[in-house]
Write a protein that binds this ligand. Structure first.
Ligand SMILES: Nc1nc2c(ncn2[C@@H]2O[C@H](COP(=O)(O)OP(=O)(O)OP(=O)(O)O)[C@@H](O)[C@H]2O)c(=O)[nH]1
Ligand SMILES: [Mg+2]
Length: 341
């Protein structure tokens, strides 16, 4: 076990901040500026969070190889000299099996209200399936108007983004693009590989081109709309997702209980902020797995998160992880409420 160098960030560089506490003022908006909200929707695991992170240029949303990673409508903010896009990450749309799944679907419905544009993600390496047809019909209900001849017109632009194009050959990609073109009357279709950063700029430009004119809503250096507590909770959950295998990740819920900053004088004497985090599992038997042999998993997660947590808090911080059991929280409405779902 390596416990050395777990000293919670002694490098002052680590506190250099892009997301730290103080925000710049919002400057006046240039003429012709475009701005608005983009809902990013699609089946679980199609690459929504990965694409948003690639567009924003930093990790605002956690991504993992497991379906149903995203549980909250995280908003990533992309600001360019021409436009500001607020990218609303959504949980993958699926048929719910648990109360948690049902609430995740409600999150999607809420995040669809009031957007200016929809990005519908379809993976290049899979055929269009019933999940995609269900999403399309929900989008029609929310965003389409019936025409006299029985067809539909979209009230807002619907952009198809074909993800994971690194997974297949050019020839197969062309066939997939044609299939997607006949699937729905998309405003535009853009292929991308977020993983290889292939065509990211094109995705950005297409999303901007279809945005209405509007003012800057956030300072140019703000990358997410989450409170620091929420961002840290997601980072902690993401670190455990990476570190754990199999079913356990679905049982995890993370809440930041408090971020305690020292006053100016104590901070000047080198006192760190304290970040108290509760990590909930569903059963007693899961607790030792999350903690790890001789607490090595906790140590590993803390070490991995030291720099990002320091950045978010805006100063050197001690991350305290407390693993607790909240029996069957995924199907208990009161517990779901308390955990913020
Ligand atoms: N090959 C390849 N894999 C990708 C690409 N984009 C995302 N992935 C992988 O696909 C998996 C799912 O990515 P996420 O971004 O978490 O997907 P999501 O749509 O947000 O998933 P949910 O939140 O569960 O709905 C991860 O293992 C990613 O690394 C890509 O461009 N190419
Ligand atoms: Mg996601």
């Amino acid at each position: 076990m390596t416990t050395s160098n777990d000293s919670d960030g002694d490098d002052p560089q680590e506190t250099a901040s892009v997301t730290a506490g103080t925000r710049s003022p919002i400057p006046s908006t240039p003429a012709g500026y475009r701005s608005g909200f983009v809902a990013v929707v699609g089946r679980p695991n199609v690459g929504k969070s990965t694409l948003i992170n690639a567009l924003v240029g930093t990790q605002v949303a956690i991504a993992s190889s497991r379906p149903e990673t995203t549980r909250k409508a995280i908003r990533g903010i992309l600001t360019t000299p021409r436009a500001q896009l607020v990218l609303v990450d959504t949980p993958g749309i699926h048929r719910p099996r648990t109360l948690l799944g049902q609430r995740l679907n409600d999150v999607v419905d809420e995040s669809l209200a009031d957007v200016d544009e929809v990005a519908f993600l379809l993976p290049a390496d899979q055929e269009i399936g019933p999940g995609d047809r269900m999403i399309l019909s929900r989008l029609r209900t929310a965003f389409a108007r019936k025409t006299k001849d029985g067809g539909f017109v979209w009230r807002i632009p619907l952009i198809a983004i074909v993800t994971k194009i690194d997974e297949l050959s050019r020839q197969h990609l062309i066939a997939r693009l044609l299939e997607i073109q006949s699937f729905a009357d998309f405003t535009e279709i853009v292929p991308v590989s977020a993983l290889k950063r292939d065509n990211i700029d094109e995705v950005r430009d297409v999303l901007i081109a279809h945005m209405p004119e509007g003012p800057l809503m956030y300072p140019a250096d703000q990358l997410t709309e989450e409170r620091p507590e929420e961002t840290i909770a997601e980072l902690v959950r993401g670190a455990f997702l990476e570190d754990l295998d199999d079913e356990l990740p679905h049982s995890l819920a993370v809440v930041v209980d408090i971020v305690e900053r020292p006053d100016a004088e104590d901070a000047a004497h080198g006192e760190k902020a304290r970040v108290l985090v509760s990590v909930y599992v569903e059963r007693d038997s899961q607790k030792p797995i999350v903690i790890g042999h001789k607490a090595e998993r906790l140590v590993r997660v803390k070490r991995r998160l030291r720099t990002p947590v320091n950045r978010i808090v805006g100063m050197r911080s001690t991350l305290e992880l407390h693993v607790k059991v909240s029996k069957e929280w995924q199907s208990d409405p009161r517990k779901l409420d308390r955990l913020g779902f």
